[in-house]
Ligand binder design. Structure first.
Ligand SMILES: [Zn+2]
Ligand SMILES: [Zn+2]
Length: 960
């Protein structure tokens, strides 16, 4: 049966649209108990990829499920709008290379371009989400660039300021030279580390202390561009070093690494412990540069000395002597602070060497490593250079533009975590994390994270409401109203504009300490502030506390976890703990990443990224959703068309079951009442199975463990419904009477309720089937029905157990037949069964007889194995086997002709040398006539087939 998912889905979308079904659902539940879901905003910067559809499937699934349980919901979707991701795309669009291009173009025009981009892609993503079947109040989506969102963050920052959490710090920060901004620790994910080959250098620094005359420190670094920023060396006090000589050169380095680095020609002259090197002074290659001279003047005592650090210096690689450049490295900066070292800045915001650095000035530090090598090899006749090597390591890159990062010491704004760390960890523990390792990951992050760097030297983002005065005072404005009140100039230019650069920068206030007129700092905010505030800004925290209290804390957030422990999960917890001293959410559901079919990361540049639009029209939304919902959220999902085909194949099984029903049961035969009182064992069994299924699925959805429920549904419709119930019930639909009525009623009840519980996962497919099954007194859409009640009285676990055992026996028999080379169609006289646990209920035994295709079943406790088949074939059994094989062949030919099973065919010709009752055969097959012929040549029909049975060849032809 052909099943065109995209076609069905587009038809159902129109049906929902034309009948306002979503609004009817909201109306239906409007007085229900609230169930609060908070959407993590999607970055409105590109069309959706298939990975977005994974999360959206979960979001929709849970909302639809709780709607069936009568819960009132907000259905608010969110768009993340501000930040570097949008800026970089707009820069690309406009062909910009650096921040200067933006300034020349005009910050106001640039910011408008960013807004335009957000509006364009949020509209596209809305359409795509609708296509996925996601039900949201699309006209009421929130945008993090909105005034209310930005001003709500002002309120939060003001509170941080009042509590003393907010400060300006001078620190060494990861920095993107292209974007010209600091990258916060939160934004450097493991996936932003790339395997990169750099030139590592071994260089010599002559020791200036007299007793070490002629001896050099041998130092190793993988970032040669930082050498001009060197102010000290670090050694491990506890490790053993040595002076090594080849008669000409003398080096100090770690004893155990010496042979590897300098070779055997250098022999050990003297052993030294690291701590004996402390305080030694050395000469550097850049000592004449004005910056170096200034640094020496600043702190002569610590300048170019050896310091001790047993954590930083290991015996694993290099020389055991580390070059310390506090101006160009994070660890270095820390050591510098502890040891009171001077900081030498060497690069600007584009990683270009600063003025006053000889030939280096004006050149990119990262792009030209040979500058340093040339300098070192030419200067003082190569006195400083020892050797250069390729070195492969994992190095961090910018999450947005993939440029390699550098470290700079700059002034940035931070939220201090000292006082927050503990309450944040407490709040984290109160949240239910799914999968449960999420809690540990979040706690681990909270334990180790630095203060939160919230400023960015960029353009499109939250304008940080920080006003810093020359007198040292700084103040934070907490709302638009407060700004208006404090404004001494510029308000008129700002009024009516969104709180963005450059308009917000016009407003000046008076310093409350010294009365000076003060400007806002030029920085914008970290975008995770924008997303972190949404448990407040989107729920009227500032304007309607009653409404907010109704929806806060939220029941569920649901996002892909890589990254979010440091980002969204983190920021909503921080903001909620600061504002309300409690967690913003009860349950956090996380899921892994979508990979390609081979399990590799998808990348546009790699060519293996799959766009949503293409995938949804190729696969269909429902099979995609089914595939997503079945997945264990803790594992990465391998997405691909081959996997999708497999999913569709299984769904087709269900569809064929449904088609079977509608083929044999006319609409007017659909039962009016669904009060079930089944007499047939098979009916009792499937009804029991189904009620257990409903229970299991309900629990799995309620506990945010959808994969368990969805896999149980699939198992049910394939293994129980299709392969057992329907296959075994086929004949019951052909014969009018009470048994047929019972079968219809049971089957109808199962299908109707099955599509209800599948509705949250496959909303289109469920609707398609429901529309056929529904009778006039039922709701117009499956999504307006209630979640089916579990009928506990209909659950018969004993019967399910017996049937399970029976099916195991059947499998044993089938395996035994395969082993013996006896076809299933060949009846056998007897089956001996060891277990007397098998229910001896007559109906079950009948089923076993038929499935095993045996004439009788005998219980025998002394049997050596579980079953034993009597394989002796009498003539009668042989003939019956032949007959069944014949019938099966005719049936498969009928299928080839596209005729549904049971429909009458014109006639059959056959060479089968059969003596079986022709009349009976005609009836069994549903044929108008049956003719036996003498040779293959006489076979006629629309399709023909030759087959072998028991070594003999047969020919059959069948006429439509
Ligand atoms: Zn960048
Ligand atoms: Zn002041």
């Amino acid at each position: 049966m052909e099943l065109n998912f995209p076609e069905i889905e587009n038809k159902i979308l129109r049906f929902w649209q034309e009948n306002g079904v979503f609004n009817k659902l909201r109306e239906k539940n409007k007085d229900g108990k609230p169930w609060s879901f908070l959407d993590g905003p999607i970055t409105a910067n590109n069309p959706m990829g298939v990975h977005h559809a994974w999360g959206r499937t979960y979001k929709d699934l849970f909302q639809r499920f709780f709607a069936m349980k009568g819960r009132d919901q907000r259905y608010q979707n969110g768009f993340d709008c501000q930040g570097l991701w949008v800026e970089v795309e707009v820069e690309k669009e406009l062909g910009f290379k650096s921040k200067k291009d933006i300034e020349v173009y005009g910050v106001d025009r640039f910011v408008e371009k960013c807004k335009e981009r957000v509006n364009k892609y949020s509209a596209i993503q809305t359409q795509q989400s609708i296509r996925l079947g996601q039900w949201m109040d699309w006209d009421n989506s929130y945008y993090t660039m909105s005034d209310e969102n930005n001003y709500a963050i002002w309120g939060f920052l003001k509170k941080c300021y009042e509590k003393g959490y907010l400060y300006k710090g001078r620190d060494s920060v990861p920095w993107c030279p292209r974007c010209g901004t600091a990258i916060s620790q939160h934004e450097i994910l493991t996936e932003e580390y790339k395997e990169i080959i750099h030139k590592a250098i071994y260089f010599k620094l002559p020791i200036s202390d007299k007793e070490f005359q002629g001896v050099n420190f041998l130092v190793w670094t993988t970032t040669p561009w930082t050498i001009p920023a060197n102010v000290a060396l670090a050694v491990n006090p506890e490790l053993e070093y040595g002076i090594f000589s080849n008669g000409k050169d003398k080096f100090v380095l770690l004893k155990d690494l010496a042979e590897k680095v300098v070779g055997k020609e250098f022999v050990l002259e003297k052993k030294l412990l690291g701590k004996e090197l402390k305080g030694l002074k050395y000469e550097g290659p850049f000592d004449n540069l004005p910056r170096t001279v200034k640094a020496e003047e600043e702190n002569e005592k610590t300048f170019h000395t050896v310091v001790l650090d047993k954590d930083l210096v290991t015996a694993l690689e290099g020389t055991g002597i580390i070059h310390i450049a506090p101006g160009a490295g994070e660890e270095d900066f820390k050591v510098g602070k502890e040891e009171n070292l001077a900081v030498i800045d060497v690069i600007d915001e584009a990683a270009v060497y600063l003025d006053g650095m000889d030939d280096l000035s004006g050149k990119s530090a990262k792009k030209n490593p040979e500058l340093i090598f040339d300098y070192l090899s030419s200067y003082k006749a190569g006195q400083f250079l020892f050797k250069i090597e390729d070195y492969t390591h994992r190095y961090p890159t910018c999450w947005r533009c993939k440029t390699e990062l550098v470290w700079r010491v700059v002034d940035e704004w931070y939220i201090s975590m000292d006082k927050l760390r503990k309450p944040l960890m407490e709040a984290t523990k109160e949240i239910n994390w799914i999968p449960d390792f999420g809690k540990e990951r979040e706690l681990d992050w909270l334990k180790n994270m630095h203060d939160w760097l919230i400023s960015k030297k960029r353009y499109w983002g939250l304008v940080l409401p920080i006003f810093e005065c020359k007198c040292g005072n700084f103040e934070v404005i907490g709302s638009k109203e407060e700004l208006k009140e404090r404004a001494v100039s510029g308000w008129d230019e700002f009024e009516g504009k969104s709180p963005h650069k450059p308009w917000a920068d016009k407003v000046k206030i008076k310093c409350s300490k010294c009365g000076e007129v003060v400007s806002r700092i030029p920085d914008v905010g970290n975008p995770w502030l924008d997303a972190g505030i949404v448990p407040f800004s989107t729920m009227k925290y500032d304007s309607d506390k009653k409404y907010w209290a109704k929806w806060f804390p939220v029941e569920l957030v649901c996002e892909s976890f890589p990254g979010q422990f440091k980002n969204w999960f983190y920021s909503i917890i921080v903001m909620s703990v600061v504002l309300e001293k409690k967690p913003p959410v009860k349950n956090i559901f996380g899921y892994a990443s979508v990979r390609d079919e081979k399990g590799e990361e998808m990348h546009k540049s790699k060519g293996n990224a799959v766009w949503f639009d293409e995938a949804v029209e190729k696969i269909g939304a429902d099979p995609m959703r089914w595939m997503y919902a079945k997945q264990n959220p803790a594992d990465n999902l391998k997405f691909g068309y081959i996997n999708a085909e497999e999913v569709k194949r299984r769904l087709l099984t269900l569809y064929n079951t449904f088609v079977f029903f509608t083929t044999y049961v006319k609409k007017e035969e659909f039962p009016n009442d669904l009060k079930l009182s089944p007499a047939n064992t098979l009916d009792k069994w499937i009804i029991s199975k189904f009620n257990n299924l409903v229970k299991k699925v309900e629990e799995s959805f309620e506990n945010f463990n959808p994969a368990t429920g969805v896999n149980a549904i699939e198992e049910f419709f394939i293994t129980d419904l299709s392969l057992w119930y329907v296959r075994r019930s086929r004949a019951r639909f052909h014969e009018m009477g009470e048994d047929r009525d019972q079968a219809i009623k049971t089957f109808y009840y199962i299908l109707l309720n099955l599509v209800k519980i599948m509705g949250p996962v496959m909303p289109f497919f469920a609707e398609e089937i429901y529309q056929v099954l529904k009778t006039p007194d039922m709701p117009e859409s499956v999504h307006l029905t209630d979640w089916p009640e579990v009928d506990k009285k209909k659950i018969d676990n004993d019967l399910e157990g017996s049937m399970g055992k029976l099916r195991n026996l059947v499998n044993l028999v089938l395996a035994e037949r395969t082993l013996l080379g006896i076809k299933v169609r060949q009846p056998l006289s007897q089956l001996k069964v060891k277990s007397n646990e098998l229910s001896k209920e007559k109906e079950l035994l009948e089923i076993l007889k038929e499935e095993a295709n045996v004439r009788e079943i005998v219980f025998d406790d002394k049997l050596a194995k579980d079953i034993e088949l009597n394989v002796e074939l009498t003539d009668e059994l042989k003939k019956e086997g032949e007959r069944r094989e014949f019938i099966r062949t005719v049936r498969s030919l009928r299928k080839e002709l596209g005729l549904v099973s049971g429909s009458i065919v014109q006639g059959i010709t056959s060479t089968a040398n059969v003596v079986f009752n022709e009349e009976e055969l005609i009836k069994d097959i549903g044929s108008k006539y049956f003719e036996q012929v003498a040779s293959e040549a006489e076979i006629v029909g629309d399709v023909k087939k030759a087959y072998k049975f028991d070594g003999k060849e047969y020919h059959v032809g069948i006429k439509k």
